[in-house]
Design a protein around this ligand. Structure first.
Ligand code: ZN
Length: 574
């Protein structure tokens, strides 16, 4: 899963998924490969209680993944509708509110960067320029108000100065590592030292400068206001370069924030220890946060049926089943996290502002994408397997359905989902995940594609683990050798393929090829297998990532791949 848009988290998630699925180990006795017909089928006849759970799962996922919830973006009305639904289901199961001040919700703020405040103005000879179309302050700009009457061609102390970016671009523009905005900030610093009170830049060259105001960008500030003026505006307002003009400048920024909510329900059995069962309920909305893998037109809704309406539905059903059960040796705190898609914001906030004593947390179970179990392989990834010695026992002894699955155990407590926040607080964690698919972070992740009976079986497995551990007291915590701590290859460029994590041959097989990316330009299609990148042979996901790490944006090289029986080599540019 490689996306062109790279919020840090996405990169981590890509690395994690690539690593985990290329380095999981398989427990003896748990056959894995689909080719092995040894994977037993799930019982076709369901008992009544299971039928109830199954129809509830469908009801929950249909509601949460309905387009009317607009993709449940954190802090949106869709999130509010979803949290209302979840808390009413919690109430129906007899849970009590576990959030702020006895309420279901725990609010937290998401920093959405900055916006240009509407009080920002720029006028030349009392003729105001149109913000956005004729001018805008750069993100490096200092806030402030400045007036002055400079001669455009002169650079005198005590007034704003002008700078044509033509030379900077012509001298440095070809270098892929040149950061124009950075250079402008440096020049603004020098000019300020010589008495400039503001800097107005424009670009008379034919080379585009790609400058814009990035709300998420929080670069170091220049000591003076810095405004970008379009060439059209420069021609309109600053025709005579020898003339002096009357300038009035005001730059102001506003913090862009939104409030998101975790939903918490407590099943209080009056026990000393509490088990946390969690699942994130936020998703991508219409892609406003640039964290989708969709490259098509428009702004479709991302319903996130598998990611993660499936996990939330599973959590709601576990709450119902546990509150009706005899498993009373622990309390259970059920948490629907928001902000996960932005970087685990909700779970990080909870462990930083816990509504119960974190020391009383026995362990945490995280359900994220459990709705697309493969009916042939029954492949199930279980993360955090190394975070407590108790886990191995629970799975081995699981009288439940463990024998019906082919497990991919990942020992690390770290991963691209909310259990990571708890692991970092030295709490044993388990993470259940039925695997990646080509609808991941795309509009196609809809409830028709959910494997409901598969999810039911995953829930029965989770139940059998919780049941097995009910009377075992506090689980011991083990810190794991986390892949990321071992200095995994870092890469900043990608070819634009979705690796097939189940491929066991030599090379990297593409499960999907993203439009408009280098791999597609090189004629690659889904199913093709990369065997070399430049001078670097590719035999596994691991050394593929290391090879990617050798290249930078703009670099040219070649990719060699197998397409059907053909061996193809093509030039690529990152
Ligand atoms: Zn997601």
């Amino acid at each position: 899963m490689e996306a062109s848009v790279k919020p840090a988290f996405m990169n981590f998630r890509t690395i994690w998924l690539t690593l985990i699925l290329s380095s999981c180990f398989i427990l003896p006795g748990y056959t894995q490969s689909p080719s092995r017909t040894g994977v037993k089928a799930f019982p076709s006849r369901l008992k009544k209680p299971d039928k109830v759970t199954l129809s509830n799962l469908e009801r929950h996922i249909h509601y949460l993944a309905d387009s009317s919830l607009e993709g449940r973006r954190a802090g949106s009305p869709g999130e509010a509708a979803a949290s209302g639904y979840i808390s009413s289901e919690f109430a129906r199961s007899g849970l009590r509110p576990g959030g702020d001040n006895g309420r279901w919700l725990q609010a937290f703020t998401i920093d959405d960067g900055r916006s240009i405040d509407s009080s920002t103005t720029f006028s030349v000879n009392d003729r105001p320029l149109v913000i956005g179309r004729e001018f805008f302050p750069l993100a490096i700009s200092a806030a402030g108000a400045v007036t002055g009457a400079p001669a455009i061609a002169l650079q005198e102390s005590g007034v704003p100065w002008f700078l044509d970016l033509r030379e900077l671009i012509q001298v440095h523009g070809h270098s892929p590592h040149f950061d124009l905005e950075n250079a402008i900030r440096a020049m603004a610093g020098v000019f300020a030292g010589k008495g400039a009170t503001a800097l107005i830049v424009y670009n008379s060259s034919k080379t585009p400068d790609n400058l814009s105001f990035d709300p998420r960008d929080r670069p170091a500030e220049a000591p003076i206001p810095v405004i970008y003026m379009t060439m059209a505006a420069k021609r309109k307002y600053l025709k005579d370069e020898s003339a002096s003009v009357d300038l009035k400048i005001k730059v102001a920024f506003a913090e862009k924030q939104r409030t998101a909510h975790n939903v918490l329900g407590m099943l209080d059995n009056g026990a000393p220890l509490t088990i946390v069962i969690g699942a994130h309920y936020d998703h991508l909305g219409h892609g406003e946060d640039s964290n989708t893998l969709y490259r098509g037109p428009g702004h479709p809704v991302f319903n996130g049926a598998d990611d993660n309406a499936s996990g939330v539905a599973g959590m709601i059903e576990l709450a119902r089943l546990l509150s009706a059960s005899k498993l009373k040796a622990n309390n259970y705190l059920f948490i629907a996290f928001s902000g996960e898609e932005l970087g685990l914001f909700g779970s990080k906030y909870f462990v930083g502002h816990p509504t119960i004593d974190l020391k009383s947390v026995n362990y945490m179970v995280n359900l994220d994408m459990i709705g697309r179990l493969n009916d042939t392989t029954h492949a199930l990834t279980v993360g955090g397997y190394g975070t407590s010695p108790a886990w191995a026992g629970a799975f081995k002894a699981g009288a439940g359905t463990a024998h019906l699955f082919s497990f991919r155990f990942d020992s690390s407590g770290l991963g691209p989902s909310d259990h990571t926040s708890f692991y970092r607080k030295d709490i044993p964690v388990l993470f259940f995940f039925t695997g990646i698919h080509s609808d991941y972070h795309k509009p196609g992740d809809s409830y028709e594609k959910i494997n409901y009976t598969g999810e039911l079986q995953v829930l029965k497995l989770v139940w059998s683990v919780v049941e097995e551990l009910d009377k075992k007291g506090r689980l011991a915590f083990t810190r794991t050798r986390d892949a990321s701590a071992q200095g995994i290859a870092r890469f900043s460029v990608t070819l634009g393929i979705l690796p097939d994590y189940s491929f066991s041959g030599s090379g990297v097989r593409a499960d999907a090829v993203s439009e408009g990316r280098p791999a597609q330009a090189a004629g690659m299609r889904a199913g093709d297998v990369i065997v070399q990148l430049g001078e670097f042979p590719v035999t596994s996901l691991q050394n593929y990532m290391e090879a990617l790490g050798k290249f930078k944006k703009g670099d040219k090289t070649t990719v060699k791949y197998r397409g059907g029986d053909e061996s193809i080599e093509r030039p690529v540019q990152f």
